[in-house]
Design a binder for this molecule. Structure first.
Ligand code: CO
Ligand code: CO
Length: 320
C-alpha cells in the first residue's frame, strides 16, 4: 500500500533501496559486492483450486525479487485462515502449491507463520541476492528507452468474473497459466541484455506501476494502448464492467497524471488500471537492444512480450 512509503527514514549506509523508493522490495548491502533483496506479498484466493492458488500466490511473491534482477534464495510462508471453516486438506494443498513454485524458482522455504483470520490469505516473504552493480531498480528509465511488457493484462476482470461465476473455464485456465509463470526467465534475460529499469505489474495495475516507474525515474512515458497484450476474454469482461474496487481505486489514483487520447475509450482506460496478480515485468531498455531482448523472450517461450511504449521527456503518462 502507498502508505508504507511514508514510514520514518532509516539512514543506514547499507540500505540501498528502502520504503521511499516506490518499489515493493527493499535492497540491503551485505558487503562491497553483494546485496540482499527482501519482499512480502499476500493474496486472498484468486483461483478455485487451492493448489493453484498457492502456486500463483508464490509466483506473485517471488516476482518482486525478479523485477530487481535478483535471484530468490529463501522464503517464509504466511497463511491466515478461519480454523473452524477450512478443512486441513485445503490448507495443505495451498502450501503444497506454494512449495512447488518455490522449488521451481530454485529457492527453499525455511518455515513460516499461520494466523487465525476471518478469511484465507496466503503469500511469502522472500529473500533474494543480487550483485550490487547488477541491481535493476525502477528509477533508471532513460529518455528514448523502449518499454516492454512480458505478460498480458486482464487477470483482475477475469478473477472478478470468476467470483461471480460469469466466465468460461477456458478463459480462467489461460489466465491461471499466465499467473503461474515465474518472471525468472524474463528477469535473467533483461539482465543479460542490460535493461535500464524494471518493475513488476501487480495490484496497482499497468498504469499505476508505469506511473511509479515514471515518477521514480523522473521521466514521462508514452503508452500505446492498442499494443498492450491482454488475456483472451478480458476485453469482453471489461466491457461488462467486472472491475474490482481495487481497480477502480487504481483508475482514480492514476487519472490526474494520465493524458488519454480520444481514441482510448473508458473500457480501455479502466482495463489499463485493472489490478493484476502475478503480472509480467515492465522493462525499459535502450532502443538498440529492445529487439534483441524481444527475440530472446520469444525463443525462451515468453511469447506475449511486446513493446508497449517509450520513455519521453516530461512527467506523467500519455496513453495513445
Ligand atoms: Co509486491
Ligand atoms: Co512489485
Amino acid at each position: 500500500m502507498q502508505v508504507l512509503h511514508q514510514l520514518p527514514k532509516f539512514d543506514d549506509p547499507n540500505l540501498l533501496y528502502g520504503c521511499e523508493a516506490m518499489s515493493d522490495a527493499g535492497v540491503y548491502a551485505l558487503d562491497q559486492r553483494w546485496a540482499i533483496v527482501q519482499t512480502v506479498d499476500v493474496l486472498t484466493p484468486i483461483a478455485d483450486d487451492p493448489y493453484t492458488f498457492g502456486a500463483i500466490a508464490a509466483a506473485n511473491s517471488l516476482s518482486d525479487i525478479y523485477a530487481m534482477g535478483a535471484k530468490p534464495l529463501t522464503a517464509l510462508n504466511i497463511l491466515s485462515f478461519p480454523p473452524d471453516e477450512i478443512p486441513p486438506v485445503v490448507l495443505r494443498e495451498i502450501i503444497r502449491g506454494g512449495c512447488d513454485k518455490v522449488k521451481e524458482a530454485g529457492a527453499v522455504i525455511l518455515g513460516g507463520h499461520t494466523i487465525r483470520d476471518s478469511e484465507i490469505k496466503y503469500g511469502l516473504a522472500v529473500t533474494g541476492i543480487v550483485k550490487k552493480n547488477e541491481i535493476i531498480s525502477n528509477d533508471n528509465a532513460r529518455i528514448g528507452d523502449v518499454l516492454i511488457l512480458t505478460k498480458p493484462i486482464g487477470t483482475g476482470v477475469i478473477a472478478t468474473a470468476l467470483k461471480n461465476k460469469a466466465v468460461a473455464k477456458k478463459i480462467v485456465e489461460t489466465a491461471n497459466k499466465s499467473m503461474l509463470n515465474l518472471n525468472k526467465t524474463a528477469s535473467i534475460l533483461m539482465k543479460r541484455f542490460k535493461a535500464n529499469t524494471s518493475t513488476d505489474v501487480t495490484g496497482f495495475g499497468l498504469l499505476g506501476h508505469t506511473l511509479n516507474l515514471a515518477k521514480a525515474s523522473r521521466v514521462g512515458l508514452e503508452i500505446y494502448a492498442s499494443e498492450v497484450p491482454i488475456l483472451p476474454g478480458a476485453l469482453a469482461l471489461a466491457q461488462k464492467n467486472f472491475f474490482s474496487a481495487g481497480s477502480i481505486a487504481n483508475f482514480e489514483f492514476a487519472k490526474p497524471y494520465v493524458r488519454f487520447a480520444s481514441t482510448v475509450n473508458k473500457t480501455w482506460q479502466m482495463l489499463l488500471c485493472d489490478a493484476q496478480t502475478s503480472g509480467g515485468l515492465l522493462i525499459a531498455i535502450h532502443k538498440n537492444r529492445a529487439d534483441k531482448l524481444l527475440n530472446a523472450f520469444y525463443r525462451e517461450g515468453i511469447r506475449n512480450a511486446k513493446i508497449i511504449g517509450r520513455v519521453i521527456k516530461g512527467r506523467g503518462l500519455q496513453v495513445k
